[in-house]
Design a protein around this ligand. Structure first.
Ligand code: AMP
Ligand code: MG
Length: 558
C-alpha cells in the first residue's frame, strides 16, 4: 500500500530480512489455520484496524533502528505501527514453533498474534527484527483472534523498557498503538466476557527465535530443517562460530553447535539471575517463551516481588502447581534447556557432550548467584568465595521469609545501614544505627503485626544476621561513598510493581495518561533515588492492592 504524507524517515529504514531470505517459507500464502511443516514461517499481512492512534513511542528504540520518530507524521506512524500500511521492503510473516507448556509437549504453536515485519538495519548495521503483537490472525492463531487488549499491551510496553533500564536482557518496545477497535476477553475465565480496548505493540529484538523453533522440527524428525535453522541462528547471532558451521567436517560443525548450545545455556542462566536480582517473575516459562538469545520475551502474567516470597507466582493459571514461581525459575530454565538439548541431539549426535554442558549448569548458576548476592550486599566477588558467605546468604533468605518484607525496599534501605557501618569504622560518624531501624519501612504490617516492624520472635534472627553482615562489611572495607555507589547500582529504587501498572492502565482506560507517563519516565532511571514528589512510586504495595486483580495476580487472558 502506498504511503502518503510528509517524509518521516520511515522510507529510509533499511530492511535486510535475513530470516525470510535464508530460511524456507510455507508455500501457502492464504491466511487460514493449519499445520505447517518443512518451513519456518508463513507470509501473512497484518489485519487492518479501524482507527490506529499512537499512544507512545520509545525514542531510544526508534534510534536503535535509525528512525527519527519525533519528525514523523503521527497518523502515518500509526498506520505503519499498527500494521495497516507496509513499507516497501517489509516482508511480513509469522514464524512457526512448538513448545512445552507447563511441562507437556504442546505440538505446533507459532506466532498466533505476532507478525514480524522484517529485519531492519540500525545505524551501526545491527539487524533488529520488528514484530507487531496483536496485529491479527495468522496461520498459527488456532481458535484465537490474533489481537491483544490494551491492558496486556501496556504491561508489555512498560515492562520490557523497565527491564532494559534495570540491565536485564529483554526484547524492547518501540511503540504502543491503540487500534480504535475493541477485543472481547473473559479476563477471569468465569463466563463474563467484556469488550476491551485493543492495542498493538511493536517489539524489537535482534531475533525472536525461541527454544520451540528447534523443538518443532526435531519432534517431526525434520533434521534438514533443524540443521538449517541452527546454521542460520549461529551465522547471525554468533559470528565467532560462523565459519565452523559451514566447515566440511561434520565433527567441526557439531562442535560449533555444542559451543552455541553452551552459549544459550550461559545467556539463559544470566537472564534468570538478573530476574532474581530485581525480583521479577516471568510467570509462563514455557519453552515457546524462551529466547535463544537469553532475552526476556513474551510478557504475559508476569509480576514483581513485593513482599519477598520464593513461592510466589503472579500467574493465576499456575496457582495450584506453582511451576513458574519466583524461587523455581533457575531450575525451570534448566529443564527448558534440557528440552532444547533433546531437540538438538539428532544433529549434534553426542549425548555425552550435551549432558556435560547441562551438568555444569547448577554449579555455574550457584556461583554466579552467590556473587550476585554479594554485590547486592555491597561486597566484592571475593566475599562470595568466603566460607562464611553461604551461611550469610542462607540466613538472609530465612530473614526475608520470616515475615512479609518488601524485597526492593529492603535492599535499598540496606545501603544506608552498610554506609553507616562504614562511617562508624572509619570514625566518621558518631551514630551507628541498627539494621532493624534501617529496614523497618520495608516491612509489611501483617497478621499479629498490625504496626509495621519486626515481630518480637524474629528479632534474634535479625540481630544475628546483622552481626555477621557487619563482620563482612568490616572485612571488605570501602568508603561509605563507594559502598553506596556499588549497592545503588544493583539494588533498584524503583521497580514496576504490578499495582502501579494497573493504576496506569485504569487511568488510560479513563483517558488519563498521567500515571502511564510517570511510570514511563521513572523506569528509565531505576537506580536513582526518587524525587520527593515521586516517592509514592517507591513505596510498599498498599493494602488495597494485595488481592486486587492485576495488582498481585494476573490471568493469561490478554
Ligand atoms: P503465550 O502464552 O502468550 O506465550 O501464547 C501461547 C501461544 O498462544 C502462542 O502460539 C501465541 O501466539 C498464541 N496466542 C496467545 N494469544 C493469542 C491470541 N489472542 N490470538 C492468537 N494466538 C494467540
Ligand atoms: Mg508466547
Amino acid at each position: 500500500m502506498a504511503l502518503t504524507g510528509k517524509p518521516c524517515g520511515l522510507e529510509q529504514l533499511r530492511f535486510s530480512n535475513r530470516f525470510t531470505r535464508a530460511l524456507p517459507a510455507d508455500p501457502i500464502t492464504d491466511n487460514y489455520c493449519r499445520q505447517v511443516s518443512g518451513a519456518l514461517y508463513s507470509r501473512v499481512s497484518p489485519t487492518p484496524v479501524k482507527a490506529p492512534h499512537v499512544l507512545a513511542i520509545t525514542d531510544e528504540v526508534a534510534q536503535l533502528i535509525g528512525l527519527h520518530a519525533g519528525e514523523c507524521d503521527e497518523a502515518r506512524l500509526a498506520e505503519v505501527l499498527s500494521g495497516n500500511q507496509q513499507l516497501a521492503d517489509m516482508d511480513p510473516h509469522a514464524s512457526v514453533y512448538g513448545g512445552h507448556q507447563f511441562g507437556h509437549w504442546a505440538g505446533q504453536l507459532g506466532d498466533g498474534r505476532a507478525i514480524n515485519l522484517g529485519e531492519v538495519l540500525g545505524l551501526d548495521d545491527t539487524a533488529w527484527t520488528l514484530q507487531l503483537k496483536g496485529a491479527g490472525v495468522t496461520p498459527y492463531s488456532r481458535h484465537a483472534d490474533g489481537r491483544a487488549v490494551l491492558r496486556s499491551s501496556v504491561r508489555e510496553f512498560l515492562c520490557s523498557e523497565a527491564m532494559h533500564h534495570l540491565g536485564v536482557p529483554t526484547t524492547r518496545a518501540l511503540s504502543l498503538v491503540l487500534t480504535g477497535e475493541t477485543v472481547v476477553r473473559d479476563m477471569f475465565y468465569d463466563g463474563n466476557p467484556r469488550a476491551e480496548a485493543g492495542a498493538v505493540v511493536c517489539r524489537v529484538a535482534p531475533s525472536f527465535v525461541r527454544f520451540g523453533h528447534f523443538e518443532l522440527p526435531a519432534a517431526r524428525g525434520d533434521l534438514a530443517l533443524l540443521e538449517k535453522l541452527l546454521e542460520f541462528v549461529i551465522s547471525t547471532d554468533r559470528p565467532d562460530l560462523a565459519t565452523r558451521v559451514t566447515d566440511s567436517s561434520p565433527g567441526e560443525r557439531r562442535s560449533a553447535y555444542l559451543d552455541w548450545f553452551a552459549g544459550v545455556c550461559q545467556a539463559t542462566q544470566h537472564m534468570v539471575l538478573q530476574w532474581m536480582r530485581v525480583g521479577f517473575v516471568h510467570g509462563v516459562m514455557n519453552t515457546d517463551n524462551m529466547s535463544v538469545l537469553g532475552l526476556t520475551i513474551d510478557y504475559g502474567p508476569y509480576g514483581w516481588i513485593d513482599d519477598y516470597n520464593p513461592d510466589w507466582t503472579p500467574n493465576t493459571t499456575d496457582a495450584e502447581q506453582r511451576r513458574y514461581r519466583f524461587g523455581q525459575q533457575a531450575a525451570v530454565a534448566r529443564w527448558n534447556l534440557y528440552q532444547l538439548a533433546n531437540a538438538l541431539y539428532p544433529v549434534v549426535q553426542d549425548a555425552d557432550a550435551l549432558q556435560e554442558i547441562l551438568n555444569g549448569l547448577p554449579a555455574a548458576y550457584k556461583d554466579a548467584r552467590q556473587i550476585m548476592l554479594a554485590t547486592k550486599l555491597g561486597l566484592p566477588d571475593d566475599a562470595a568465595a568466603d566460607p562464611a558467605f553461604s551461611e550469610l546468604a542462607d540466613k538472609l533468605e530465612r530473614l526475608l521469609c520470616c515475615q512479609p518484607i518488601d524485597m526492593t525496599l529492603f535492599y535499598r534501605r540496606l545501603i544506608d545501614f552498610a554506609c553507616q557501618v562504614d562511617s562508624a569504622s572509619t570514625g566518621d560518624a558518631m551514630s551507628n544505627g541498627s539494621l532493624t531501624d534501617a529496614i523497618t519501612a520495608s516491612i509489611y504490617p501483617g497478621a499479629g503485626n498490625a504496626e509495621s516492624g519486626i515481630a518480637a520472635d524474629n528479632l534474634p534472627l535479625f540481630q544475628h544476621w546483622e552481626t555477621s553482615y557487619r563482620q563482612f562489611l568490616q572485612t571488605y572495607p570501602l568508603t561509605p561513598e563507594s559502598r553506596r555507589a556499588k549497592m545503588a547500582a544493583v539494588n533498584p529504587a524503583f521497580v514496576l510493581r504490578n499495582y502501579l501498572v494497573q493504576q496506569a492502565i485504569d487511568g488510560l482506560e479513563q483517558g488519563d495518561r498521567s500515571e502511564f507517563d510517570a511510570l514511563s519516565r521513572l523506569l528509565k532511571r531505576p537506580y536513582e533515588d526518587l524525587a520527593k514528589a515521586d516517592e509514592r512510586f517507591a513505596a510498599r504495595r498498599p493494602e488495597w492492592a494485595t488481592n486486587r486483580a492485576g495488582c498481585s495476580m494476573l490471568s493469561c487472558s490478554s
